[in-house]
Design a protein around this ligand. Structure first.
Ligand code: 13P
Length: 253
């Protein structure tokens, strides 16, 4: 039995005014107050971060950003640095989400710098990886995952690898209702962990690997029970408090 504590992280994407954020957090907090067996996070839009941090202060809920720049400051219009996030007590950051990769040109080369920059600033990191439908059909899933994990982790020292969270999110399962089968998910999650073991065996036992992609209350228990699944990264269902709480409750490890 693994000693890794499960993490249930909601990725709100571009949803949530400040008022909506405060209201959703107020509904969540009493319902997670005794769920200490799980780590809880929400990844909210930049404009709602401060309100989310203030609303969640002193609770079990951690607040993450959805992206950040690798530099400390500079001529990078529209970007936010790790220090700007920690200044307002944001606890973590989602990096390399497939929507950032496919729609906004996020590259493994940039992630190679973003991951250590976030860790050095004291942020918890969720690095997202995952193959497209074409890559899976062409037998390229492992090659894609290897590339994303190796590059993203390249500049992280071995002794810090275990702090990372890596979310395996097959692109074809995101927002589609087409969830990976338990076999597909377990194979990929174990493969991601094995890639970490190639760098450091002890870190591979500590690193948390999440599944993401159409995780819902009705499929969460089966996915969360997989040997290499240490939690979920949840999009659509995280916007509905009843659904995200049902997923937390499905987390029995
Ligand atoms: P859905 O849960 O809506 O499929 O989104 C998954 C996701 O992209 C989380 O980052």
């Amino acid at each position: 039995m693994s000693s890794r504590k499960p993490l249930i992280a909601g990725n709100w994407k571009m949803h949530g005014t400040i008022a909506e954020t405060e209201e959703r957090i107020a509904q969540m907090l009493p319902r997670i107050a005794t769920s200490e067996h799980v780590d809880h996070a929400i990844c909210v839009p930049f404009t709602a971060l401060q309100a989310a941090v203030d609303s969640a202060r002193g609770s079990l809920l951690n607040v993450y950003a959805q992206n950040m720049h690798e530099g400390e400051n500079g001529a990078f219009t529209g970007e936010i640095s790790a220090g700007m996030l920690t200044e307002i007590d944001v606890q973590g950051v989602l990096l390399g989400h497939s929507e950032r990769r496919s729609l906004f040109g996020e590259t493994d080369k940039a992630l190679k710098l973003k991951v250590p920059a976030a860790l050095n600033a004291g942020l918890q990191v969720i690095l997202c990886v995952g193959e497209t439908e074409d890559e899976r059909e062409n037998g390229d899933t492992e090659r894609r995952l290897r590339h994303q994990v190796q590059e993203g982790l390249e500049k992280v020292p071995a002794e810090r690898l275990g702090e990372l969270v890596i979310a395996y999110e097959p692109v074809w399962a995101i927002g589609t209702g087409r969830v990976a089968t338990p076999e597909q998910a377990q194979d990929a999650l174990a493969f991601v962990r094995a890639l970490v073991a190639d760098r450091d065996k002890a870190a591979a036992e500590q690193v948390r690997v999440l599944y993401g992609g159409s995780m819902k209350p009705d499929n969460a228990a089966e996915l969360l029970a997989l040997p290499d699944c240490d939690g979920g990264l949840i999009g659509g269902a995280s916007l509905d408090v009843d659904q995200i709480i049902a997923i937390v409750d499905a987390c029995t490890r």
